[in-house]
Design a protein around this ligand. Structure first.
Ligand code: HEM
Length: 400
């Protein structure tokens, strides 16, 4: 009698090195860069782990980002809510032509002059936070004192959200991106978030200022519900990844003293170092997700219409075919500029230039201000965010 077919394994999660992706991803990439995995609801789908295959999928319109089609590879509140179409304005989960129509007016708001103005704002914000740290004295939790406030103040600035209201959206974002949130908590956080943005939009309509929301209202291309959705998307997409890159990036440098010394010795390396940290850490730990709209053959495997596909950015960014000695952090690595932490194709991160500015300015100013920066507790005591969509450290006690 033939053996019953065994179900493919789930997405791997075990890391033997806390700064590297799950070990099993390496074997999958070497053996079969497009491999079958079992999704949380029991259906079978795909995991893409090589750089070349990841780029191919992300540039291919036969793969959709629509919420109602795709599936997240590990169990979370989001998997429970699968099947719901994206809210109006939430173009990160829409295909063209809706995606194109909603993204275009926003690109027009991300102008060079606004980015420059935001850079001086990042410097001002960072200087203020570092002053507060110095005044408080060591130890300080770098996550709360530095990594979270920089992006949240930046988004408040961009959208014209009064900073006094930031805590409300920080809490809601965390609820919405945690794997341990219950579906009803997710819905409640979203509703609170929604009415907050609804009120903000009314305020901007009555009293416009030099911010993105006012600019979108003046351009008059989006409905009220879409304006709210776009504002919410920027709030949530623009907060967790940079916050975690700032704290995990600092942690990675502290754990690689020779790299930290190289950067301190040659501050102009910061641009390359930031690209390398983005590559090495790839904080979107489960990458990005799609669903096949038709049958597609890729790397000798047949992906059937309707199959969920996960593109592992962490695995792609450690692909030895693309990066020499990929598991080594090297702040002088020139090829790091082709890293894929911001995705690829039409959904490639809209906020990447702003994110780069936050990381370059934030990390340079931190290292400059505290030449003796070090961990204040043993490495084993630093709690990791392995149950969150965005990887990082929960706390980072530092001294100097
Ligand atoms: C280090 C920081 C960041 C990382 C690693 C990151 C990563 C990503 C990735 C991988 C995607 C593609 C998602 C997909 O293909 O399904 C994306 C999309 C997006 N990101 Fe970022 N992001 C960062 C910062 C930001 C910031 C600061 C903002 C806003 C101010 C932002 C706004 C967006 C938006 C609006 C999209 C959707 C683009 C679209 O669908 O066309 N991100 N981001």
């Amino acid at each position: 009698m033939a053996d019953a077919p065994t179900a493919p394994p789930p997405h791997p999660t075990h890391r033997s090195d806390l700064l590297s992706p799950p070990d099993e991803l390496r074997r999958l990439r070497d053996e079969s860069p497009v491999s079958e995995i079992t999704y949380p609801d029991g259906t079978s789908g795909w995991l893409v782990t090589s750089y070349a295959a990841a780029r191919a999928v992300l540039a291919d319109r036969r793969f959709s980002v629509r919420n109602e089609l795709r599936q997240f590879p590990v169990r979370s509140a989001e998997t429970e809510l699968k099947g719901q179409p994206a809210a109006p304005g939430w173009f990160i989960a829409m295909d063209p032509p809706d995606h194109t129509r909603l993204r275009r007016p926003l690109i027009a708001q991300f102008t060079m002059s606004r980015m420059r103005a935001l850079s001086s704002k990042i410097e001002e914000i960072t200087a203020g936070l570092l002053d507060e740290m110095a005044e408080h004295g060591p130890p300080v939790d770098l996550v709360e004192a530095f990594a979270k406030p920089i992006p949240s103040l930046m988004i408040c600035e961009m959208l014209g959200v009064p900073y006094s209201e930031r805590e409300q959206f920080q809490q809601n974002t965390e609820t919405m991106t945690s794997f341990t949130s219950k579906p009803e908590e997710l819905v409640a956080a979203y509703q609170e978030y929604y009415s907050f943005m609804d009120r903000l939009k009314d305020r901007k309509r009555a009293d416009p200022a030099d911010d993105i929301l006012s600019g979108l209202i003046a351009a008059d291309e989006l409905s009220d519900a879409e304006l709210i959705g776009v504002g919410l998307l920027l709030l949530s997409a623009g907060y967790e990844p940079p916050a975690n890159m700032l704290s995990l990036g600092t942690y990675a440098l502290l754990r690689h003293p020779a790299q930290l010394a190289a950067l301190r010795g040659e501050p102009s390396l910061i641009d390359t170092a930031v690209e390398e940290l983005l590559r090495y850490l790839s904080v979107l730990q489960y990458g990005v997700i799609r669903a096949a709209l038709e049958d597609v053959e890729l790397e000798g495997r047949l992906i059937r219409a309707g199959d969920p596909v996960t593109i592992s950015l962490p695995a792609a960014n450690r692909d030895p075919e693309r990066f020499e000695d990929p598991d080594t952090l090297d702040v002088t690595r020139r090829s790091a500029t082709v890293q894929m932490a911001f995705g690829h194709g039409i959904h490639q991160c809209l906020g990447q230039q702003l994110a780069r500015r936050q990381l370059r300015i934030g990390l340079s100013m931190l290292l400059d201000r505290f030449p003796g920066l070090r961990l204040a507790v043993p490495v084993e005591e630093i709690p990791m965010r392995d149950d969150m969509r965005v990887y990082g450290v929960r706390e980072l006690p530092v001294a100097w």
